[in-house]
Design a protein around this ligand. Sequence first.
Ligand SMILES: Cc1cc2nc3c(=O)[nH]c(=O)nc-3n(C[C@H](O)[C@H](O)[C@H](O)COP(=O)(O)OP(=O)(O)OC[C@H]3O[C@@H](n4cnc5c(N)ncnc54)[C@H](O)[C@@H]3O)c2cc1C
Length: 330
Amino acid sequence: MVFIEQNDNVPADVSLELLSRARELADNLGLEVEGVALGYGLQNWLPNLGAYGCDRAYALEDERLAHFSSIPYTKGLVQIIQKHQPRFMLFGATTTGRDVAPRVASTLQCGLTADCTDLQIGDHKFKKRSYQDILLQIRPAFGGNIIATIVSPESRPSLATVREGVMKKKETHSPPTCRVIQESCPWESGDFPTEILEVVRQAKNVDLKTEKVIVSAGMGASSPESLKLVRELADLLGGEVGSSRPVVDGGFLHKEHQVGQTGTTVRPNLYIACGISGQIQHRAGMSEAKRIIAVNSDPEAPIFDIAHYGIVGDVNQVLQRMIKAYKQKL
Ligand SMILES: Cc1cc2nc3c(=O)[nH]c(=O)nc-3n(C[C@H](O)[C@H](O)[C@H](O)COP(=O)(O)OP(=O)(O)OC[C@H]3O[C@@H](n4cnc5c(N)ncnc54)[C@H](O)[C@@H]3O)c2cc1C
């Protein structure tokens, strides 16, 4: 079962990505994929979730649920889970998912693993007990120094959150319709302690997830001169500027540019890493780029282990030459 997050009746990308992954896992086990959505006006779009592998969607409709609110959403989700008893329950690791998933987990006394980077089905043995076909929740731990596989074999459901962009959204072109089942929940007025007067959204200026070309700046390219060259090359190639985390922490670029475990996960056709050492937390967000070019003055930098093309040299000199060469080709 996947929690289908929506904003103004547009399903969140992460929910569609989770449905696609849930479909693959369910097919391996001969199970069905279910979604659960809360809001107002859900009937108009829930049937379309069939394109992402959702067999059935439970709809909890109420005008007061149009915008997310922790208490009524938690109550509704707990009720659906108790009634339909899914084996696994997936949430996007968004602001909403991170709010509601722990509340659901603690109400149901079930295990929850946050920010999984992979989900698999497998077996597990512990103290002479063996568990078959349980959810293996895989994520970096201890600051990214190990990749841990976390299981909660005795909790039903096992709950997990996954960040946007980690799983791939897979759309079927001749989709079966998703069956929508209206559910009701006995909300009381006390379940709505917050009154939402107005919702103001800030438009995203940068959406790295959709970019085909990303030129990324690390601490080796964080000077104003280097950042100007990084921007120039990104513009020339019709792409966007990415960055490592310290560049954001240092205030050189805004958070929406950050790539990695605590930034955005990207899969562009081309990723040019400029002055980025290539620590595991950065690689977690970009290692699936189709082509990686790394520019670094240190020939031993770990980024070269995953780069398809490596250039050892000073970032400013290399970027200037790349820009010049590209301009000559235009
Ligand atoms: C829980 C946790 C989450 C994290 N999440 C993220 C994340 O989402 N994204 C992320 O990026 N990091 C993340 N980090 C930080 C990560 O561990 C690294 O510290 C970070 O990625 C390093 O950034 P960097 O490569 O820009 O800097 P550095 O490691 O300092 O590397 C700078 C590189 O630039 C090269 N260089 C220096 N001068 C030049 C020059 N003139 N020309 C060419 N090359 C030069 C150096 O050789 C070096 O390789 C996280 C850490 C933790 C603990």
